[in-house]
Design a protein around this ligand. Structure first.
Ligand code: GUN
Length: 285
């Protein structure tokens, strides 16, 4: 039976640490704020945005929500981003993805001021991550590293296999593991003999987006299994990418869904917003 890595508990610790620093910033006259922009009616995005507002209240940030209609044009969204870039009450800007088809995501992400880019999706911040010299790390991969660290699991020299190559998770995840001296393999939908690759993993990170994708035969006994998946099953229940019941029988440690990577992503967003506020505060004083 695997040890369960409790993301909810670790996230609560991180948020308490952020809260203490926010209180200090406020005592020094800075009132940090996060702007969250939601375009359209994606129900999952709606839930994420509501949760982010709750997290802001918990750690003491002001939060500003901008909800725009599905038919918003790229020019209209750009105008809002530019307004937020200029707004001194806002230190962090997050535009919830995905965006409706008429809006080019990359155009919007490039318009966000890099020092307010708490997602770390701007190409300038992506470049910083590649080099290993950064202010912000993307929330989900940074959350995974933090939970591995706080669970006392060593990364150096380990073989980490990441399934998924998205810009949000897979690619930056691989880079952060590499920065920690792991040996990294990235697998994706065209990988041949996937199970053969994943069975090499000391640490397996699943970021696929398909329920029950990682089965016990794909996991080396004793491996650490990190489940980034957030899928809804037929009953509407939130499930990960890992067939949890069978994989936890052979893994040494595993993250549950819910209560694993999800809360960590949210906690790191709060941490990144704090970083942005500290940068702004230093410039101001
Ligand atoms: N949609 C799914 N994950 C994310 C994320 O981490 N940031 C943003 N902005 N949108 C998302």
């Amino acid at each position: 039976m695997a040890t369960i890595i409790n993301g909810k508990e670790i996230a609560a610790q991180i948020k308490a640490e952020v809260r203490a620093e926010v209180d200090q910033l406020k005592a020094e006259g800075m009132n940090p704020g996060l702007a969250v922009v939601l375009v359209g009616n994606n129900p999952a995005s709606r839930v994420y945005v509501t949760n982010k507002k709750k997290d802001c209240a918990e750690v003491g940030f002001a939060s500003y929500e901008y909800t725009l209609p599905e038919e918003t044009t790229e020019a209209e969204l750009l105008e809002l981003v530019e307004q937020l870039n200029r707004d001194d009450t806002v230190q962090g800007i997050l535009v919830q993805l995905p965006l409706p088809d008429q809006i080019c995501e990359q155009t919007i992400l490039r318009a966000i001021a890099p020092e307010k880019d708490v997602d770390a999706f701007h190409p300038e911040n992506v470049g910083h991550i590649m080099i290993g010299d950064y202010a912000f790390l993307p929330c989900t991969p940074a959350g995974v590293i933090e939970m591995i660290d706080r669970a006392g699991i060593e990364l150096q020299g380990k073989h980490c296999v990441v399934i998924g190559r998205s810009n949000i998770v897979g690619k930056p995840m691989a880079m952060l593991l590499l920065h920690r001296n792991a040996t990294v393999t990235i697998c994706h939908s065209r990988t041949k003999n996937l199970a053969e690759q994943t069975r090499q993993a000391d640490i397996l990170v699943a970021a696929v987006g398909k329920a029950n994708f990682v089965t016990a035969d794909m996991v080396k006994p004793g491996a650490v299994v990190i489940d980034v998946g957030m899928n809804r099953n037929a009953e509407g229940k939130l499930v990960g990418d890992v067939a949890y019941d069978e994989v936890e029988q052979i893994a040494s440690a595993i993250t549950p869904v819910p209560g694993g990577v999800g809360p960590m992503t949210r906690a790191i967003l709060m941490h990144n917003t704090l970083t942005a506020a500290k940068i702004a505060f230093t410039k101001r004083s």
